[in-house]
Design a protein around this ligand. Structure first.
Ligand code: ADP
Ligand code: TPW
Ligand code: MG
Length: 594
């Protein structure tokens, strides 16, 4: 296929004149910056752009669409950016977010930073103003030195000034986003670039189809052996799977590694479902037992950041907040800088996860010893006790509905629809969903990620629906939903199979706070009994209020049956939540409040 579409050189008629013989005359054909960007993206298999039009990229969105790229237009760039970032996670292709200059760029920047922090491949492409005017600070329309501002939050940042550099610019952006540890890349395209004309034949030669954009990184045999020796020596081993393992798409080998080793494993939030959460080796329900109890821990695509209490302190059995719990760590990661970031890593295995996991599997041979039965039965006992305790709580049917009784319904719906993608954000709405709703397949749970940010919700829903074609179920705190709520119009416009469930407890964490002075609503509360479902109805989707588990169940079932955009306003007891969900301890004011 010829990827360089051409247009007649300026001054010629639209249709090229026929020669006497009936063939096309060989006149020089020209192309332009707009077209080269589109051609370069298509040449590299990029089929979707998430963006928001305006000067100078409006025609880029139109022409990309006309050329067969799917262009999803959002109501705010932040949501387009989050969509692009998670498209990158789900597909291993960089998600593309396209914005206008200064304010549009800044709106997209949050998502670029998010992609970098979460190790998702994404490219933020922003139009920008005239370089000469920006650099002399002469006050151009939307003047801003965008490249400089993007750099600190991007894995890489580039600017293309000339049409014959578009091919290199896009190739570098793709390589930077995908190779090694994936991340967010910024590509600055000044307005003048788009209008530049260039001979089409010459231009075609400048385009680059990136060869092997995420090259395998094979771990050293001695690193693999060191890791296996350590794991074999363990009396109480544990494996932790992170979202890097989910991203890597080495699902069969990861399952084989876990099962061959017999080691209990903990999935981090977005690694849930790599193996079904109901797997007998899954230790999620015994988390606070296995973390301090383990003697050797193998991390696969998971960082020892705050989400794992930095590998030390009381969570890990240490005596005080910074005290080491005594665990030895194996860390499988593509980034050679990750080891020793928080505690000593005794066996770093640096490489891409598919290569590392297959090398580990090969090294384990055929008669790998199972971990001591004592450890396995202690973990199983703890897990079973906690599961039984949770089942009791879930079986209760309080009025008004609480998080547990509502999520008990969601849990059954997800079990019956294991291919559906679950989007999740909020505080209590996040923490309870993560622990109550089991996942059964890889990359089916996408959430607030490394920063614990609110606002990913509707962008994630759109990208998940578009990239996978699957039903999407979003479990949203009422506050969390508000950050991207206007995108229900986008979801309706593209008629995406998204069912949004708002856990509506009238506020951030809960809805009961009051202003001690009596003047205003408290900072954490919203309008009581807000009718979020009407927002969906405003754009032609289905809105439902669910005040009981059975109402929630039938509304969710109908949404999944019809695949219509649906918003269910699940009325939750406003007293039900706790401050900051499960991370109250990170709150500096929390101690004072008591
Ligand atoms: P979680 O939040 O689930 O614990 P993190 O985002 O902290 O996961 O960690 C993901 C890790 O996975 C990062 O350190 C990243 O370098 C690593 N990673 C991402 N992709 C790959 C890959 N293909 N191969 C190896 N490691 C990867
Ligand atoms: C971009 C701080 C963490 S959780 C949360 C906020 C505002 C909302 C919690 O209320 P919600 O959930 O969603 O109703 P629930 O079930 O507990 O009532 N701004 C950003 N990110 C974060 N994390 C915050 C603010 C925050
Ligand atoms: Mg709330």
């Amino acid at each position: 296929m010829d990827h360089v579409a051409t247009k007649p050189a300026a001054g010629t008629a639209d249709a090229a004149p026929k020669s006497a013989a009936g063939g096309i005359d060989h006149q020089p054909q020209e192309t332009d910056g707009f077209q080269l960007v589109i051609d370069a993206l298509k040449l590299n298999g990029i089929d979707t752009i998430y963006g928001l039009p305006g000067i100078p990229i409006t025609d880029l969105t139109r022409r990309a669409q006309a050329d067969g790229i799917r262009v999803l237009s959002f109501r705010h760039e932040q949501n387009a950016g989050y969509a692009a970032s998670i498209a990158g996670f789900l597909t291993q292709k960089p998600g593309i977010c396209l914005t206008v200059s200064a304010p549009g760029f800044l709106n997209g920047l949050n998502a670029l930073a998010h992609a970098t922090v979460n190790c998702f491949p994404m490219i933020l492409i922003s139009g920008s103003s005239e370089r000469e005017i920006v650099d002399l600070q002469q006050g151009d329309y939307e003047e801003m030195d965008q490249l400089a501002i993007a750099k600190p939050v991007a894995k890489a940042a580039y600017r293309v000034l000339h049409a014959d550099d578009v091919g290199v610019g896009i190739a570098r952006a793709i390589r930077a986003a995908l190779s090694g540890r994936p991340g967010g890349v910024y590509l600055d395209l000044p307005a003048k670039l788009f209008a530049q004309s260039i001979d089409a034949e010459t231009a075609k030669k400048t385009l680059i189809k990136v060869v092997d954009p995420a090259p395998a990184q094979i771990p050293a045999p001695e690193a693999v052996k060191r890791a296996l020796d350590l794991l074999k020596s363990a009396k109480k081993p544990l494996i932790i799977l992170g979202k890097g393992a989910a991203y890597a798409q080495a699902d069969a080998d990861i399952k084989a590694l876990i099962e061959k080793s017999g080691v209990p494993y903990l999935p981090m939030s977005m690694a849930k479902g790599l193996l079904p959460d109901t797997h007998e080796q899954c230790a999620s329900a015994a988390r606070s037992f296995v973390l301090p109890g383990a003697d050797v821990v193998m991390l696969i695509g998971a960082r020892l950041n705050w989400l794992l209490s930095h590998g030390k302190g009381k969570t890990w059995g240490g005596k005080s907040a910074k005290d080491w719990g005594g665990q030895k760590f194996v860390q499988v990661d593509i980034s050679p800088l990750e080891a020793d970031s928080n505690v000593r890593i005794d066996a770093p295995v640096v490489g891409d996860i598919p290569s590392c996991v297959s090398a580990l599997l090969a090294g384990m041979g055929t008669n790998w010893p199972k971990p001591p039965a004592e450890w396995l039965s202690a973990v199983a006992e703890k897990r079973n006790a906690n599961v039984a305790k949770m089942a009791e709580t879930l079986a209760k049917n309080p009025s008004p509905m609480n998080f547990h009784s509502a999520l008990n319904v969601v849990r059954d719906i997800v079990k019956a629809n294991p291919d559906a993608i679950l989007v999740n954000e909020g505080a209590n709405a996040l923490d309870f969903t993560r622990s109550i709703v089991d996942m059964y397949k890889p990359r089916k749970r996408i959430d607030v990620g490394t920063w614990g940010i609110m606002g990913v919700g509707m962008g994630y829903c759109a990208a998940a629906a578009v990239t996978t074609g699957q039903q999407v179920i979003a479990i949203e705190g009422d506050s969390a939903f508000g950050f991207s709520g206007m995108e229900v119009e986008t979801i309706c416009r593209y008629n995406l199979p998204v069912c949004v469930v708002i856990m509506n407890n009238n506020g951030v964490y809960k809805g009961t706070d009051v202003d001690p002075t009596g003047r205003d609503p408290a900072p954490t509360v919203f309008v009581k009994g807000a009718r979020y479902e009407k927002l969906m109805e405003a754009f032609g989707g289905v809105g439902v209020v669910a005040a009981t588990p059975s109402e929630l169940k039938s509304a969710m079932e109908e949404a999944i049956r019809s695949r219509k955009p649906t918003l269910i306003n699940a009325v939750i007891d406003e007293k039900a939540g706790t401050e900051s969900g499960r991370i109250t301890s990170l709150n500096p004011a929390a101690a004072k409040k008591k």
